[in-house]
Design a binder for this molecule. Structure first.
Ligand code: NAD
Length: 499
């Protein structure tokens, strides 16, 4: 069987890509090529932008309740297809089927929040800011937006487009070249839901597509999610071209386990937070900071739990940890452990060289736990896979100084039953999201997601009401009227309430 050559979706048509290069999309558990992903050239990007631009006015003029109703229809179709989509996620991303189903539920919430546009598009009026003068703001869409997604949530993050579209903007979505198939299915469903041609476009490609979209004069803004280095470069390019940009970057999330934590209750959450989705989550706990007084006892339980993960193909119901995304990623993770050992780390659990029977070509990296400290690469740099570091800390001050010294500022969590400690941590942690006895402070769709330092470039966060603000402009209108209403205006007095 030959793998499908994937196509762009431009102006309501699936278009073959004449790009010179292509890359295989592989199943990370088997190494099998499941599709051929072509790299679009500038002409193909421009065609998608042209289609979006051409669709803009009519889509903007489509009544808001009609746009909302179409989002409801889209939500229904995605709901009906959720299991099929989850299986596509497993095939191209590698996560377990349970994790993929969880992603689909979260993804559906994105559509649900975006559907509330009849409420979220409301403006505001103040009467009589001067004598007979009123002022109001109305929300207007701006035009074609680009949405750039990473590989790790192939349904959720491309669906950032729902807020852009619901608020009246056409979009050009670029999925990750590792995981385009889920997005393709979501775009097919958008067409089925009835979004007019040109409202939802999708272009396949890599860096050059992003860079073309970033500078294209008809693209008004770009929403990016990916690693910090790329987020920074993309943000500078887009804003340097006088466009709106929000760029969510990478992370190094700290979990602090204090002496008042209820360990048996917290442990399952700590473990799943650190290693769920093979740690390929921007919200995954990366560095564990454990109070010295409970370190030995805690680590016994922690390592026992972590050792229970069963590596395998995500479609196998017994699998609790899938592969990492690529052979390159696997190599980088293994090298990071080698470097840590050379820098003095002790390896407490070693997942290097893991094998899965019947899957000789999968990208296997078993859960790995090493000791570390700030200044070591393993502790400071984002590692997107199941290699986690642990450090003893003397108490809250030391834990916070470690959290706040990080160049990232995505999330941090504390496990404690002491309200004062939790409150102090919440205030002093220099991060965008805080967890208290929950190690994965990933906001649901109804809260905006952001971060600080190199974890987020921009001011309006992704998702929720911040997304509505990002994709609309608050146009301010000041008005006064000169007809003397004491005179006959030609309007039926009954209508004017004068009868
Ligand atoms: P990535 O940065 O390699 O790629 C992200 C997107 O950018 C892809 O579509 C890719 O094609 C494109 N891209 C890659 N290099 C580029 C370049 N030089 N210029 C322009 N575009 C480029 O990220 P990834 O490996 O796909 O995803 C994992 C990363 O995403 C991790 O760092 C993770 O923390 C981050 N992430 C962050 C969040 C968040 O909410 N902050 C959410 C999910 C993932």
């Amino acid at each position: 069987m030959t793998a499908d050559q994937l196509r762009n979706f431009t102006g309501g048509e699936w278009m073959p890509v004449a790009g010179a290069e292509s890359v295989p999309v592989t199943n990370p558990a088997t190494g099998d090529t499941i599709a051929i992903h072509p790299m679009s050239m500038n002409a193909e990007v421009d065609a998608a932008v042209d289609a979006a631009k051409a669709a803009f006015w009519d889509w903007w003029m489509t009544p808001v309740p009609t746009r909302s109703a179409m989002m409801f229809r889209y939500r229904h179709l995605v709901w009906e297809a959720r299991d099929e989509l989850a299986e596509i996620i497993v095939r191209e991303n590698g996560k377990t089927l349970a994790e993929a189903k969880g992603e689909m539920l979260r993804a559906l919430q994105y559509i649900e929040h975006a559907s509330a546009v009849t409420e979220t598009m409301k403006g505001a009026v103040t009467e009589n800011v001067g004598s007979g003068v009123d002022i109001e703001f109305i929300r207007e869409p701006l035009g074609p937006f680009a949405i750039i997604a990473p590989f790790n949530f192939p349904a959720m993050i491309p669906l950032y487009f729902t807020w852009a579209v619901a608020t009246g903007n056409p979009v050009i979505v670029k999925p990750s070249e590792h995981c385009p198939l889920t997005t393709i299915r979501l775009v097919e469903l958008a067409a089925e839901a009835g979004f007019p041609p040109g409202v939802v476009n999708m272009v396949l490609g890599d860096r050059s597509v992003v860079e073309r979209l970033a500078v294209h004069p008809d693209v008004v803004g770009l929403s990016f999610v990916g690693s910090s280095t790329v987020a920074e470069a993309v943000y500078k390019l887009v804003t340097g071209n006088a466009k709106r940009c929000q760029a969510q970057g990478g992370s190094k999330n700290h979990l602090v386990v204090t002496d008042s934590a209820v360990i048996d209750k917290c442990l399952p959450n700590i473990v799943s937070s650190m290693l769920g989705n093979s740690s390929q989550r921007c919200f995954a706990g990366s560095n564990l900071l454990v109070y010295d007084s409970i370190y030995d006892e805690f680590m016994d339980g922690f390592l026992t739990e972590v050792g229970r993960f069963r590596l395998g193909d995500g479609m196998d119901p017994d699998t609790t940890m899938g592969p990492v995304i690529s052979p390159d990623s696997q190599r980088q993770l293994e090298q990071a452990v080698d470097t840590a050992v050379a820098e003095g780390s002790e390896v407490l659990l070693d997942g290097r060289g893991a094998k899965v029977e019947g899957h000789p070509n999968g990208n296997w990296m078993g859960p790995t736990v090493v000791t570390g400290r700030p200044g070591m690469e393993i502790f400071d740099r984002e590692l997107f896979g199941p290699v986690r570091a642990v450090q003893r800390v003397s108490g809250l001050d030391e834990a916070l100084s470690v959290v706040n010294a990080s160049t990232y500022g995505h999330t941090a969590a504390i496990y404690t039953e002491h309200g004062g400690v939790a409150r102090e941590f919440r205030q002093r942690a220099d991060v965008g999201q805080v967890g208290i006895n929950i190690g994965t402070p990933a906001p649901i769709a109804f809260y905006a997601v952001g971060g600080r330092k190199t974890s987020f470039y921009g001011s309006l966060r992704g998702r929720a009401n911040d997304a509505v603000d990002f994709y609309t402009d608050k146009k301010v209108v000041v008005s006064t009227w000169h007809v003397d209403t004491s005179q006959d205006t030609g309007v039926d007095p009954a209508f004017e309430g004068k009868s």
